[in-house]
Write a protein that binds this ligand. Structure first.
Ligand SMILES: [Zn+2]
Length: 209
């Protein structure tokens, strides 16, 4: 099963991906992680990616595409995969189509106001990377794993979130239109468990077809 997962940062995309990985036993491929990994390698492609990242530039679509192509050729992707954070634009979707045919596109829908509410209350641990939320039970301002004082990342501040959501909004409609009948929409307004339920049923049905 080849799945694309669409959703703004803060929509619960990562949590949903993990649940799918667990139940359907396919790898989760995050474009951001893949680029970071390859940049650390000694390969030609790694050097190329590293050059863009060192300058703080976006890695061009064609380069990301090459990274993805090499990852998808590995044997654990034979049974399928979940693409998380890719494609983000229509151009990327068209490139991906040249590589492989996607079976289903899960689009997580959540009001931007709710996303902002969730993200502005997010806090990170500078030492171990743990993420917490001021709205969660038992929040103390200190890391639950290593006790370091938590902080708010600059890109979790309201203005940064808003501009990110604007970019997302501009790109999402063309993507949804491009994938047409393959799109399965799900709301993440309730708990992660409630969000996952209809997705699981849908994917199980698809798998048994
Ligand atoms: Zn920590």
């Amino acid at each position: 099963m080849k799945i694309v997962l669409l959703g703004a940062a803060g929509s619960g995309k990562g949590t949903l991906a993990k649940q799918i990985v667990k139940d359907f036993n396919i790898p989760q491929l995050s474009a951001g992680d893949l680029l970071r990994e390859v940049a650390k390698s000694d390969s030609e492609l790694g050097k190329k990616v590293g050059q863009f990242q060192a300058k703080g530039l976006l890695v061009p679509d064609e380069v990301t595409f090459q990274v993805l192509k090499s990852r998808l050729s590995e044997s654990d992707c034979n049974k399928g995969f979940i693409l998380d954070g890719y494609p983000r634009t229509l151009n990327q979707a068209k490139l991906l189509e040249k590589l492989t045919e996607i079976d289903v596109v899960i689009s997580i829908e959540l009001d931007f106001d709710e996303i902002i509410k969730r993200l502005v209350s997010r806090r990170n641990c500078p030492s171990c990377g743990e993420i917490d939320n001021t709205n969660f039970e038992g929040y103390t301002g200190k890391c639950r794993k290593c006790n370091s004082p938590l902080f708010q990342r600059d890109d979790d501040k309201p203005e940064a979130i808003k501009s990110r959501l604007e970019v997302y909004k501009q790109n999402i409609t063309p993507l949804i239109n491009f994938y047409g009948d393959k799109v399965f929409k799900v709301s993440s307004a309730l708990s992660p468990e409630e969000t996952y339920k209809p997705v699981k049923l849908f994917l199980e049905r698809l798998k048994n077809e």
